[in-house]
Design a protein around this ligand. Structure first.
Ligand code: AMP
Ligand code: GLY
Length: 417
């Protein structure tokens, strides 16, 4: 397993549930992952180090968590040395690495997405804006911070200035796109180069404060499934969104293997794609994988082979899962580290705690080590039961300045009684 966040911890746990009882290694992992896998001190960005470790440790199969090593070509580098991996090639990972590329692929494949224009200077950008709020997106990887919904002309100009002149994310291009309204949905699909198999739907909470106020974060919570999106609806969306993209990339000679994650807006005119990611979502994965009854290891191996998922059927726990993210003081502008964490031993049984940013000190005590610190996931027969259990678990864990949202899955609980 490559990576070291809450998503990777959830993936390690799911791989560990495989009846094949795999021996698991994780690079670099974190303090929590170290309890479930042997960790290797190799950064996810160190492609040479990772390829070397796969050879040295005779690793059979590599699962890549984060986007950066995928976009940088880790799966290609492994393949060149004859190693199998779960995740797209660099050519296919451009779906996340370049928003312009993703838009061009969607247009070619007839996938519904907001109207857009790519621009490279501030004045052209200002003229491309059709109204406010204006959606402005950096064209490259920006760790979830590259999208601004500018309220007025002044904010739009300042955003274009920061992205195109100061090169805040190192990209020379931005996408200006139509602003849409509706419920958001994360629909991830396992892909084998030919076919997209949708997973259970999930919803993510991007803003730091309740009622979607405050700045965007990496994600403050999630839940799965989503009211109104049953298996048939998810299949329809995958047929209209994921499958045409898979077909288009296959026709271009760059087939997509791994997880294709569509960030969707459910509008009155139907679903529209806001973004593609080429990996599992964080924190969606922490709510999705505890519901997966099928063997993730086997599915990942099948996905790595052309057409390997032809007979795949995904079996889901019918219960609901809710994940609460506990973040450190100052997040998302900064992250307070070294704050002692209490209560980890007192979490009730059946509640899954995955680690995102934690560190173990020499004396064995756990302290905060990043912006998002811990994820607490609970299953329940409905969204209300799941959220009550998740908050009961979250509330026994404490650290100075702890931040959490209180409204995760609240609307789902109102809709599904
Ligand atoms: P993205 O990283 O592209 O998914 O954008 C981050 C967030 O910005 C999304 O989850 C939405 O909340 C919002 N967003 C992105 N694109 C649009 C759009 N075209 N209209 C309205 N909101 C958007
Ligand atoms: N939860 C959003 C993401 O993983 O990009």
């Amino acid at each position: 397993m490559v990576g070291g966040g809450g998503r990777e911890h959830a993936i390690v746990r799911a791989l560990g549930r495989s009846p094949r009882r795999p021996e698991l290694l994780c690079a670099p992992g974190n303090a929590g992952i170290a309890a479930d896998a042997r960790t290797l001190e190799i950064a996810a960005a160190d492609l040479d180090g990772l390829v070397q470790a796969v050879a040295d440790q005779s690793i059979d199969f590599t699962v890549v968590g984060p986007e950066a090593p995928l976009v940088a070509g880790l799966v290609d580098a492994l393949a060149e040395e004859g190693h199998r991996a779960f995740g797209p090639s660099a050519a296919a990972a451009r779906l996340e690495g370049s928003k312009q590329f993703a838009k061009q692929v969607m247009d070619a494949a007839g996938v519904p997405t907001p109207a857009w224009r790519a621009v490279e200077d501030v004045e052209t950008g200002m003229r491309a804006i059709g109204g406010y709020p204006a959606v402005i997106k950096a064209d490259g990887l920006a760790a979830g911070k590259g999208v601004v919904l500018a309220a007025d002309e002044a904010e739009a100009r300042a955003t274009l200035q920061s992205l195109l002149v100061e090169r805040r994310f190192g990209t020379e291009r931005v996408i200006v796109e139509e602003c849409l309204a509706g419920e958001e949905l994360s629909l991830l699909a396992l892909c084998d180069g030919r076919r997209a198999v949708p997973m259970a739907p999930a919803q993510d909470y991007k803003r730091i404060f309740d009622d979607d106020r405050g700045p965007n974060t990496g994600g403050m919570g999630s839940y799965s499934p989503v009211p109104g999106i049953d298996a048939a609806a998810a299949g329809e969306i995958a047929a209209a969104v994921h499958q045409p993209v898979i077909d288009e990339l296959a026709a271009r000679g760059t087939p997509f293997h791994g997880v294709l994650y569509a960030g969707l807006m459910l509008t009155d005119e139907g679903p529209r794609v806001l973004e593609f990611n080429v990996r599992f979502g964080d924190p969606e994965t922490q709510a999705i994988l505890p519901r997966l009854r099928s063997d993730l290891l086997e599915l990942a191996e099948h996905a790595a082979r052309a057409g390997g998922l032809a007979d795949a059927r995904l079996d889901w726990d019918p219960r609901w899962a809710v994940t609460i993210v506990l973040a450190s003081a100052g997040y998302p502008e900064s992250a307070s580290t070294g704050d002692p964490i209490s209560g980890l031993d007192a979490v009730p049984p059946g509640i899954e705690v995955t680690h995102a940013g934690t560190t173990v000190k020499a004396d064995g005590t756990a302290v905060t080590g990043g912006g998002r610190v811990l994820n607490v996931t609970a299953l329940g027969d409905g969204p209300q039961a799941a959220r009550e259990a998740a908050y009961a678990g979250a509330d026994v864990i404490d650290f100075p300045g702890r931040q959490l949202r209180r409204d995760i899955a609240a609307r789902a609980a109102e809709r599904v009684r």
